[in-house]
Design a protein around this ligand. Structure first.
Ligand code: NAP
Length: 478
């Protein structure tokens, strides 16, 4: 590898790391994304130039076609569909690792065979890359509702998966130690013939099946966590492929993706108060999540207090302090601009408006931040959970928009609740609570919410955007 190439990779690595750092704050995230993209562009162009893999025109055509597809997808994708887009991107990353590692292995086999360490990296890349590819496609299918979102379970599921993994490891070991010419050739007899092609294809196929079987028992609602984990896998596969083709750029970028993906996965699990093994093997959602009805949560009972837009608008217009609590429903109804408009109106009337951001509100990390940033809500109005909770007791009106689980007090005191222990926004402590949602249907966790039955809670039923539009009209009249 030439000095120029190494230096370019070093520069790209610096761009990736600084870009990641910038991604940690909404104020610098856009620049961070742009910087990391430039790093990737440098790494790609230098690699292709240096290795003379394809002609300059080939590189340019590839960049133009790829950039056009990427830009179109990024512009047209709905914010609520972002997790499935990330799933597909991860999957392609894993698939690319499988292709590169396999091609290099076949090339080396034709030249007398790969060294044991290289062959080990190849088989590892194939296993992780193929699991990432097929697992990500299943995750995409679940989120896009092409497949059932429920956790698919069947008897002996875990032992069967373990058996499959064992078959994969044995096949990989056979290839690592030399395939048909190696130490395990006698054990396999004529099963794979005299070439490495058949065991290589077997390894790819078994790994693809493992990817499918490990993701189908996970409920659709847990897919964002799975996608984050698969993102980490795609990085690990890429880093391993970097070892196969001795490419430091790939090793560094793969390691960064692998590490940041697993950190994000752990943050998401912590914010939901679930362990990673509970997400992966707990089959959360196997029984369906639409169990709750209008009768009220177990042991709470009672009826809910409905409010019309006019009365809700009066509560808001004459409040001193209001806290907006956005949740998944805000994203579904795409009401981010409308809520901003309402907040501005209230501020003009002298109401102090803040937004309370729960770390797992919505369906992906930072979902609410991204949504509100799109509507140009100033960052300083976004208050993280730890900071806003002590304020809520002193808040006149909490306006809950399409949020449910993240404001469910059961998480504080009902030990049998699936969300028990999850830190929540203490909305119930506000003087008045107005909840905007369409029905009494539960949210992601599939459980009722006692907040809705509290004395100080008023329900304004309807699509969030429609309700907010009515509120705006009524506040103008107030
Ligand atoms: P949630 O508990 O899923 O509740 C969303 C609520 O929005 C629903 O009760 C729904 O009620 C309402 N809604 C849907 N469409 C609406 C519309 N058009 N207008 C008005 N309301 C609408 O949401 P959340 O409070 O944001 O909690 C997020 C949940 O997702 C947590 O349990 C979290 O653990 C989980 N999760 C989050 C992430 C992440 O990274 N953010 C990842 C995985 C899982 P109606 O149907 O009655 O309208």
């Amino acid at each position: 590898m030439s000095a120029l190439m190494e230096l370019s990779y070093l520069l790209a690595a610096v761009f990736f790391i600084v870009g990641l750092k910038w991604l940690s704050s909404p104020a610098t995230a856009r620049n961070g994304n742009a910087l990391a993209s430039v790093g990737m562009l440098i790494a790609i162009v230098v690699t292709l130039f240096e290795q003379r893999i394809v002609s300059l025109s080939g590189i340019l055509i590839g960049i133009i076609i790829g950039a056009a597809i990427g830009a179109t997808l990024a512009r047209t994708i709905k914010m609520t569909a972002m997790p499935q887009m990330v799933a597909v991107l991860n999957g392609f990353g894993g698939g690319a690792s499988v292709l590169v590692a396999s091609a290099e292995f076949l090339r080396l086999s034709g030249e007398g065979g790969a060294a044991v360490d290289v062959s080990f990296s190849v088989q590892f890349s194939i296993l992780v890359g193929a699991v990432t590819f097929s697992g990500s496609l299943v995750a995409f299918g679940k989120l896009q509702e092409l497949l059932t979102g429920q956790a698919v379970t069947y008897p002996m599921q875990k032992p069967l998966n373990a058996l499959l993994l064992l078959a994969i490891l044995v096949t990989a070991a056979y290839l690592v130690v030399g395939g048909p010419d190696g130490a395990l050739a006698g054990v396999f007899g004529d099963l794979f013939g005299t070439s490495v092609v058949a065991p290589l294809i077997t390894l790819v196929l078994l790994s693809l099946i493992l990817g499918v079987l490990t993701v189908i028992p996970i409920g659709g609602a847990d897919m964002p966590v799975v996608i984050s984990l698969l993102n980490s896998y795609s990085g690990i596969a890429a880093a391993s492929t970097g070892f196969v083709i001795s490419n430091n750029g790939l090793i560094i970028s793969g390691a960064l993706v692998g590490a940041s993906g697993i950190i994000l996965t752990m943050i998401m699990c912590k914010a939901m108060n679930r362990s990673l093994s509970n997400v992966l093997f707990g089959a959360f959602g196997a029984g369906g999540g639409e169990s709750a009805g209008a009768e009220g949560p177990q042991g709470v009972g009672g009826s809910v207090r409905q409010v019309n837009a006019e009365d809700a608008a009066i509560m808001l217009a004459y409040a001193k302090t209001a806290v907006v609590v956005p949740g998944y429903g805000l994203a579904v109804s795409q009401a981010q601009h409308t809520v901003r408009e309402l907040a501005s109106l209230l501020e003009d009337r002298g109401v102090d408006v803040k937004y309370a951001i729960h770390p797992v509100a919505g369906r992906m990390p930072g979902h609410m931040n991204v949504l509100l940033a799109e509507a140009d809500v100033p960052y300083e109005q976004l208050w993280e959970m730890e900071r806003i909770n002590p304020e809520l007791e002193r808040t006149d009106v909490a306006l809950v928009i399409g949020a449910n689980d993240v404001v469910n007090p059961a998480a504080r005191h009902t030990e049998s609740s699936p969300i028990y222990g999850m830190p929540i926004l203490d909305v119930d402590k506000a003087q008045q609570v107005i909840v905007l949602k369409r029905s009494m249907n539960p949210g992601f966790a599939g459980i009722d919410n006692e907040l809705f039955y509290n004395q100080n809670t008023s329900m304004l039923f309807g699509d969030a955007k429609a309700s907010l539009t009515k509120l705006i009209a009524e506040v103008k009249e107030a």
